[in-house]
Design a protein around this ligand. Structure first.
Ligand code: PA5
Length: 414
């Protein structure tokens, strides 16, 4: 196992974790049975066939050859996974292939107007991603951007448009089939927030130049690793035990800003999987050391209702020396040495203040270890949701808001 869980400062004992053994056994049986709805992501090699993997890579190569701006349109699970991996690996910035940007993840006029302007003078491709094929935000953005593509490319626009959606249901599937977009299928048995290792994440990531085979291998290796399974269980049960002791907020923290969107992905994963039937742990995320100068105060001395999960990259790919002009004590040390002091200092200060801290170590930030992180958190999250007694794979609240919004839209005059 590449990633490593450290529970030495979490404040929960093995004895406390053991109190959930019955619920845990039920949870593991459900996940491992292969029969439970929406558990298709558990068996990583089963998510995409080797033909699909080849097709994704071939299509990505074609896209890389014909555009310098690739716009992936989607929201929630249909974009956060790709954005988080891309950012963590500094991919998709246009330096080694097309610039990859996201749309349809907000309903801002200003955002999409700027994007239309950006498309001027650039070679563009669109990829619309929606499992249901009916979500308002991506469909609205897609229509706007598609019109621009038709203006730019006329009949050629369809051959620059890609769709990732259900194999037969939804408006998007109908359109893709009718207009002949190259399309990929979101597997039936995988929900949005568990779909990053399906075409939903893999196509945009391959276009961004990410090694999607290494990403997948990281997850596959963790899946077949006994120590990995133990760590997923321990993390899940520690979280449940902490919540039962009154810690109802989990703050995901990272000391490298490229993990910002991984924090967003984690919030979606845990928030949508656990937050139902009056249960769940509220997931928050903070970027350190920036947020130590704002939220750090609350964590240290505010209402004691939270615990922290810190993601620590052990070996840094880039480092810089601090010049002599900084004077003592900084001069002659590297910026990542100082970052390490921040990590150690924060954990020491917060644990002394009685805040439980869970540490997840990543040996080095690369595609393989991102695959491990994704699988680790997905599996732990599904286990803890089951142990709490909720279904990890539905999102009735989100569906309720989607319908209310559609009703509001239908009431707009004219
Ligand atoms: O996890 C989920 O299922 C949701 O967050 C969806 O990903 C999100 O609502 C987008 O749905 P769709 O892909 O159907 O457009």
């Amino acid at each position: 196992m590449g990633i490593r869980l450290d529970l030495t400062t979490c404040g929960i004992t093995q004895g406390q974790r053991n109190t959930f053994t019955d619920n845990l056994n039920d949870a593991l049986a459900k996940l491992d049975s292969g029969k439970e709805a929406f558990t298709g992501w558990v068996d990583v090699p089963g998510i995409v066939t080797s033909e699909e993997m080849n097709d994704i890579e071939k299509t990505a190569e074609e896209i890389r050859a014909k555009c310098d701006l690739f716009i992936a349109i989607g929201i929630g699970g249909s974009y956060l996974g790709a954005q988080s991996v891309m950012d963590a690996l500094f991919a998709g910035d246009g330096e080694n292939g097309p610039e990859v940007v996201f749309a349809g993840c907000n309903i801002s006029g200003a955002y999409h107007k700027k994007l239309l302007e950006k498309m001027d003078g650039r070679d563009c491709c669109l990829c619309v991603i929606s499992k249901s094929g009916t979500t308002t935000e991506p469909l609205a953005a897609f229509s706007i951007l598609k019109e621009k593509m038709e203006e730019k490319y006329g009949d050629e626009a369809a051959s620059r448009t890609y769709a990732i959606t259900d194999k037969e249901k939804g408006r998007l599937r109908e359109e893709a089939d009718e207009l002949g977009y190259k399309s990929f299928v979101v597997p039936d048995d995988i929900g949005g927030r568990y779909s990053v290792l399906s075409p939903v994440g893999l196509l945009p990531l391959a276009v961004a130049g990410v090694d999607i085979r290494a990403l997948t291998k990281g997850a596959v290796d963790l899946m077949s690793d006994e120590a990995g399974k133990e760590a997923e269980v321990d993390y899940a049960l520690t979280r449940v035990a902490l919540s039962m002791s009154g810690k109802w907020i989990e703050v995901f923290e990272y000391f490298h800003p490229e993990l910002h969107f991984f924090g967003e992905w984690l919030k979606q994963l845990f928030g949508e999987s656990e937050g139902k039937e009056g249960k769940g742990i509220f997931p928050a995320s903070l970027m350190f050391s920036r947020d130590l100068h704002s939220m750090g105060q609350f964590i240290q001395q505010g209402k004691p209702m939270l615990f922290e999960t810190v993601i620590i990259i052990d070996e840094r790919n880039d480092d810089l020396m601090i010049p002599e002009s900084a004077g003592a004590p900084l001069a002659g040390k590297s910026i990542e040495q100082i970052n390490d002091c921040a990590i150690k200092g924060v954990i020491a200060a917060h644990t002394k203040a009685g805040v439980p801290v869970i540490k997840v170590h990543v040996p080095v930030m690369d595609a393989y270890n991102m695959g491990q992180l994704i699988y680790f958190f997905e599996t732990s999250c599904a286990i803890s949701a089951y142990v709490m007694g909720v279904c990890p794979f539905d999102q009735p609240g989100v569906e309720a808001y989607k319908q209310e919004m559609r009703d509001e839209i239908a009431r707009i005059d004219g």
